[in-house]
Write a protein that binds this ligand. Structure first.
Ligand SMILES: NC(=O)c1ccc[n+]([C@@H]2O[C@H](COP(=O)([O-])OP(=O)(O)OC[C@H]3O[C@@H](n4cnc5c(N)ncnc54)[C@H](OP(=O)(O)O)[C@@H]3O)[C@@H](O)[C@H]2O)c1
Length: 327
C-alpha cells in the first residue's frame, strides 16, 4: 500500500517537514510491517532534527514511537515481547519514522499489546516513560525520601510522579499554575501534579521559597534528596543548585549545557547506558499501563496530516499533556 510519511528536508524546524508518499518494504528477518494507529509526539522529534546539521541525513524520517497493527511478519521473527503474528496490535519504541501511515520496523522494538490498552496511551508512553524511569532510578531516591521535580505536569513529569508514588517517594513538582495550554489535560496544572500524588508548586519567581514552604507544609525536615529537571529552564537549574548540594543527585533531561557548566548529571537516550536501561523498562511500563497502574495524560489527538502544527505545540512546552497523531 502507498501511504504517506513525514520527513524533514532541512534543519530549520517544522516548516522543513514534508509529507511524502511511502511504500514500506516487505519485512525481512527480524522485521515487522505495521499499519500505524497512533504515533506519539515528543519534543525530541524536532530537537533532533534541529541538531542534525549533516545534509547526508536528509530526508530524515520523524517519530520515535507508535502503536499499530501488524500487516506482515518477516521470516522467523519474534517481537521483544515474544511471538507476533499478522493482526496483532503492537507498541514500538525506539523506531525511526513513526509519523507515517505504515512502516517496516525492527521487531525487537515491538511489544504485542493486550486488548485493554488504549492506542493513544501506549503510543505516548514509552519515550517519556522510559526517560522518567531512568530519572527516578538515577536520583537514588528511596521510600520515604522527597525529591524536587521541575516540569512535573508534563509528559515525562507525570510519569515520574506516578512511578515515585509507587516507590513511596514524595515529589514536590513544578507546574505552570495559571498558564494556558491547548490540552484537555489542563488547564489546572496544579491538579495535573496532585492527581498522581505530587505536591504542586508554581514555577516562576520565588520558586525556591515556595519549595521550602512546601517541604515545611508536608513535614519534611531538610532539603529534597534530589532535583530532577524535565523543564530545562535557567530557573530550574538555579533552584536545583540552591536546594540540593550533591550534584550527582541533580539530574536533567532538558538542559545538557547547564549540566556541563555546573557539574551535574544530564541524561540522554542516545547514551549507551541510558539506552540499555530504558530498553529494559519498556516491558514493565507497558505492564503497568495494562493493569491500570499508570496513566498517560492525553492532551489532544491530532490528524497525521497536521504533524507540523502538533510538533510546534509540543515544542512550545504548552501541550499540557501528550499529543498523539492519528493517521
Ligand atoms: N534527554 C532525554 O532523554 C529526554 C527524553 C524525553 C524528554 N526530554 C526533554 O524533557 C523535557 C520535557 O519533555 P516532555 O515530553 O515532558 O514535555 P512536555 O509534556 O511539553 O512538558 C513540558 C513541561 O515543562 C513545563 N514548563 C513549560 N514552560 C515552563 C517554564 N517556563 N518553566 C518551568 N517549566 C515549564 C510544563 O509545565 P506546564 O505544562 O504546567 O506549563 C511541563 O511540565 C523536554 O525538554 C524534552 O526535550 C529529554
Amino acid at each position: 500500500m502507498v501511504g504517506i510519511r513525514w520527513v524533514a528536508n532541512g534543519f530549520s524546524g517544522s516548516t522543513d517537514l514534508a509529507a511524502v508518499p511511502c511504500t514500506p518494504a516487505d519485512p525481512g528477518l527480524g522485521e515487522l510491517r505495521v499499519r500505524i494507529r497512533a504515533a506519539g509526539v515528543n519534543p525530541a522529534d524536532l530537537k533532533h532534527v534541529l541538531r542534525a546539521y549533516d545534509p547526508a541525513l536528509l530526508p530524515m524520517p520523524i517519530g520515535y514511537e507508535a502503536v499499530g497493527d501488524v500487516t506482515a511478519v518477516g521470516p522467523g521473527t519474534r517481537a521483544a515481547s515474544g511471538a507476533v503474528a499478522v493482526g496483532d496490535r503492537i507498541a514500538a519504541f525506539r523506531v525511526h519514522g513513526a509519523y507515517a501511515e505504515e512502516m517496516t520496523l525492527p521487531a525487537e522494538k515491538a511489544f504485542v499489546l493486550p486488548a485493554a490498552v488504549p492506542d493513544d496511551q501506549a503510543a505516548g508512553l514509552l519515550l517519556a516513560g522510559t526517560t522518567a524511569a531512568e530519572m527516578l532510578h538515577r536520583s537514588g531516591a528511596r521510600r520515604g525520601d522527597t525529591v524536587l521535580l521541575h516540569g512535573a505536569s508534563g509528559a515525562v513529569g507525570a510519569i515520574v510522579v506516578q512511578l515515585a508514588a509507587r516507590a513511596g517517594v514524595t515529589v514536590i513538582g513544578t507546574a505552570g499554575i495559571g498558564t494556558a495550554g491547548i490540552g484537555t489535560a489542563g488547564p489546572d496544572r496544579a491538579a495535573a501534579v496532585a492527581r498522581f500524588g505530587g505536591v504542586p508548586v508554581a514555577y516562576g519567581p520565588g520558586l525556591a521559597d515556595r519549595v521550602r514552604d512546601a517541604l515545611i507544609r508536608i513535614g519534611v525536615d531538610g532539603p529534597p534528596v534530589a532535583a530532577l529537571d524535565a523543564a530545562g529552564t535557567d530557573e530550574a537549574t538555579a533552584v536545583s543548585l540552591d536546594l540540593v548540594a550533591d550534584r550527582s543527585r541533580i539530574i536533567t533531561v532538558a538542559d545538557r549545557r547547564a549540566a556541563a557548566d555546573h557539574g551535574f548529571v544530564a541524561l540522554s537516550g542516545a547514551d549507551a547506558e541510558s539506552a540499555a536501561f530504558r530498553d529494559r523498562m519498556r516491558g514493565p511500563l507497558l505492564e503497568l499501563l495494562a493493569d491500570g497502574s499508570l496513566t498517560v495524560p492525553i492532551a489532544a489527538r491530532i490528524p497525521l496530516a497536521d504533524a507540523p502544527a502538533a510538533l510546534d505545540v509540543v515544542a512550545s512546552g504548552r501541550a499540557h499533556g501528550k499529543i498523539v497523531l492519528i493517521p
